[in-house]
Design a binder for this molecule. Structure first.
Ligand code: GLC
Length: 734
């Protein structure tokens, strides 16, 4: 052994490796050295070719390491709510592994709807362990693009319309994932707020909208979450593709926010070598595809940051410092993941991962309407429950694009309801069909729908209650990547079916499974409405637990439900606002996104941001602050009592909104600046304490290009939702 070590030492010294005297190991291999020391040591040993190789893919989901130095390659995997099945080396096809069926967690709209950061941590830990166990170094999530339009096919993957909610909920998820030595990859940076023309649409918007609405969640991911990687988006911002955009990457991300991780393209998001070299891109993936199509004729050496980049460096058209910065960031990512000492081993598909999935689902389900105590429906309350709707049995974990999953199991709503109520009390009628293919037709063939329709109405006639389980699904033009919705209404004639059922039975609860708002022409006619998200493997159990009262719902909407599409801000300024003219798009609503628009324009939404009912009730005390006036660098301490005035324990996501009545610039009527999920036993009262930093009430000043808090009056309101303010208090900012 001694001779071997001596030989290795000579070899390493011969290769000019810096050898650490005591450990006789090159510094970059020495776990006791700092990451920065290891980075510099490795970089000093690498050739130009090896540095360039770090900057681009070697396969669909992996990028180079440095084989000669024993530095491992980087393996990446989707997605934000479960670890995707193994994909083939060089195509989008699955690799046919038999060890990669994962736990599916709820989609991130559901996580946001919990308004519970501690659940976000548990979620990140669980999914991070699964990514680690599957030997992935980067998990390609979470997504935090803002819900600007209900037509966006990928809203289900994101955390809603409010930058503050998304900023708070994204951080623990990232920390949880990275605990397993797996890099989170917050995406899609930035302004990927629709799927229509996603590959090139050039977004134009004001600096205020950019900084106040679309960047905060990414800034929090970097500054609070210390995220190790970030994914550039497909679209353009002000004429430059976001995967190599000087303003977004060099200026805001790497200079202002001091991001020290690696920028990864979306798959096919790079388009130009010079820009990729000079505008802050670090790892180029999936070039010549759009993330959905198959590989083009080009090979990996043809990538923009492959041979063309090497040629550019050799000709001196870019300084070596450019590739050194990229290589440092990629090496840092490798030393934080694949080469980190004491890296945990992860776990895959285990009871507590399922429990986490179920808890997020249960806490994210939103009770929107519940007349005459329709719910809870404990076992025995209704003897004959007729379940209608394809979403009661349809898998919602597969499809939807890159977040599609091959799951170990998925409890459907019907399975969950039968397990809860017993098969003698549950009768199922499919009611409608959404067509077999991913690219389903809007209007399935008349034959099967007529028979399904009639059978459902017939079955509903003598039901005690009808649970209509409908909504959208992961098919194209629905809640799916690569395309936007074609209509704001429920598809497949669900509205007609609900109306027909109501004619024969008034006791209809509509349970919507979707990641987006939909029109609800039947809203007044039905006694109960539940917004249930794409809930993952435990979905059916979570739905059954909430409907039966085993769990008291506490979810609140992370985005507004407009009554009609035209009420939505992005749809109030013609085609150039949404979807754009296929080249350019203008965010004409500016900072008035979501409830900011409904409040300021005094348009009543169908259901408001932050809205959700409980099986109990809560009474809010008057909001108070610890002082009447504050300086700009202080923190406002807010308190008010909250009482559970009902008969069952429950949880309430209380919200605090701030406004500046007399600002020198246009400001929304109010903006969410604090929230907290409060658990109260029946009859219990708690004093809720929240904090708002004065600096967080600033607006982005386009003149000074910095954040400004103007002196004067500010109003703080405590609320149960954006449309349900309980009380207010005025303070002075000096
Ligand atoms: C897709 C998606 C992105 C995903 C990537 C890899 O096109 O936009 O979210 O992580 O490509 O599948």
């Amino acid at each position: 052994m001694k001779r071997f070590k001596t030989a290795l030492l000579c070899l390493l010294v011969g290769a000019g490796l810096q050898v650490n005297a005591q450990s006789k190991k090159p510094v970059y291999l020495d776990d006791r050295m700092s990451i920065e020391q290891r980075v510099e040591s490795a970089l000093s040993l690498m050739t130009l070719e090896e540095k360039v190789a770090l900057c681009h893919a070697q396969s669909k989901f992996s990028s180079h390491g440095v084989p000669r130095l024993g530095i491992p390659e980087i393996w990446m995997s989707d997605g934000p709510h479960g670890v995707r099945e193994e994909i083939q080396w060089d195509s989008w096809g699955n690799a046919g592994f038999t060890n990669d069926s994962c736990t599916a967690y709820p989609a991130l709209t559901c996580l946001a709807a919990t308004f519970n950061p501690s659940l976000s941590l548990a979620y990140g830990v669980a999914i991070g362990e699964e990514a680690r166990y599957r030997r992935k170094d980067i998990l390609l999530g979470p997504g935090v693009n803002i819900y600007r339009t209900p037509m966006n096919g990928r809203n289900f993957e994101y955390m809603g319309e409010d930058p503050y909610l998304a900023s708070i909920m994204v951080v623990p998820y990232i920390k949880g994932v990275q605990q397993s030595g797996v890099a989170a990859c917050v995406k899609h940076y930035a302004l990927n707020n629709q799927e229509e023309w996603r590959g090139h649409i050039n977004v134009n918007l004001s600096d205020r909208a950019l900084y106040e609405i679309y960047l905060p969640a990414f800034k929090a991911a970097v500054e609070e979450g210390q995220v190790w990687s970030i994914m550039g988006s497909y679209n353009q911002l002000r004429g430059q593709h976001c995967c190599h955009n000087d303003l977004l990457l060099n200026k805001i991300l790497k200079t202002d926010w001091k991001f020290d991780g690696a920028v990864v393209t979306d798959w096919g998001g790079a388009h130009d070598t010079k820009q990729a070299a000079l505008n802050g891109l670090d790892i180029e993936m999936g070039s010549y595809t759009n993330g959905l199509s198959s590989k083009a004729t080009f090979g990996y050496e043809d990538y923009f940051l492959a041979r063309p980049f090497l040629d550019m460096l050799k000709k001196g058209e870019a300084p070596v410092s450019v590739v050194d910065d990229k290589a440092r960031r990629v090496l840092r990512l490798i030393f934080r993941t694949a080469m980190t000492p004491n890296r945990p081993y992860g776990r895959f598909v285990c009871a507590d991962h399922s429990e986490t999935a179920r808890k997020v689902a249960e806490e994210g389900i939103v009770l929107l309407k519940n007349d005459k105590q329709f719910f809870p429906a404990p076992v025995g309350k209704y003897q004959r429950i007729v379940v209608v709707g394809e979403n009661a049995t349809r898998s919602v974990t597969e499809g939807g694009g890159s977040s599609t999953l091959k799951v170990k199991y998925e409890v459907s709503p019907l399975q969950g309801l039968i397990a809860k109520y017993g098969k003698d009390h549950v009768v199922y009628a499919q009611g409608y069909a959404s067509g077999p293919s991913l690219y389903d037709r809007e209007e399935p063939s008349k034959l099967n729908t007529d028979s399904l329709f009639k059978a459902a109405v017939e079955t509903a006639k003598n039901a005690d209650v009808v649970y209509f389980v409908g909504g959208l699904n992961k098919n194209h033009f629905q809640d799916a990547e690569g395309g936007d919705r074609k209509t704001y209404n429920l598809p497949f004639e669900q509205d007609k079916l609900i109306e027909a059922i109501l004619k024969v039975n008034k006791n209809v609860a509509v349970i919507l499974i979707s990641g987006n708002a939909v029109a609800m022409p039947w809203e007044k006619a039905v006694p109960a409405i539940v917004q249930s998200w794409y809930l993952g493997s435990e979905g059916g159990n979570a739905i059954a637990n909430v409907l039966s009262g085993a769990v008291n719902p506490s979810g609140k909407l992370p985005f507004s439900f407009p009554k009609k599409l035209e009420d939505n801000a992005a749809h109030s300024f013609g085609r150039l606002s949404y979807p754009g003219d296929s080249i350019n798009q203008y965010y004409k609503e500016d900072i008035l996104v979501g409830y900011r628009w409904f409040d300021t324009k005094k348009i009543a939404p169908q259901f408001a941001f932050g809205y959700g009912l409980s099986y109990t009730s809560f009474e809010y005390g008057k909001i108070a602050t610890d002082k009447p006036a504050y300086k700009a660098d202080e923190t406002i301490k807010i308190s008010f009592t909250l009482k559970n005035t009902g008969k069952v324990d429950g949880a309430e996501a209380v919200q605090v909104y701030a406004s500046q009545p007399k600002a020198s610039v246009m400001r929304p009527a109010k903006e969410l600046k604090a929230f907290q999920k409060v658990f109260l036993k029946a009859g219990e009262t708690q004093t809720v304490s929240l904090e708002v930093k004065v600096k967080d009430m600033a607006f982005y000043n386009e003149k000074t290009m910095s954040w400004t808090v103007e002196p004067g009056e500010f109003v703080l309101r405590n609320a149960a939702s954006a449309a349900d303010v309980k009380s207010s208090v005025s303070i002075q900012i000096k």
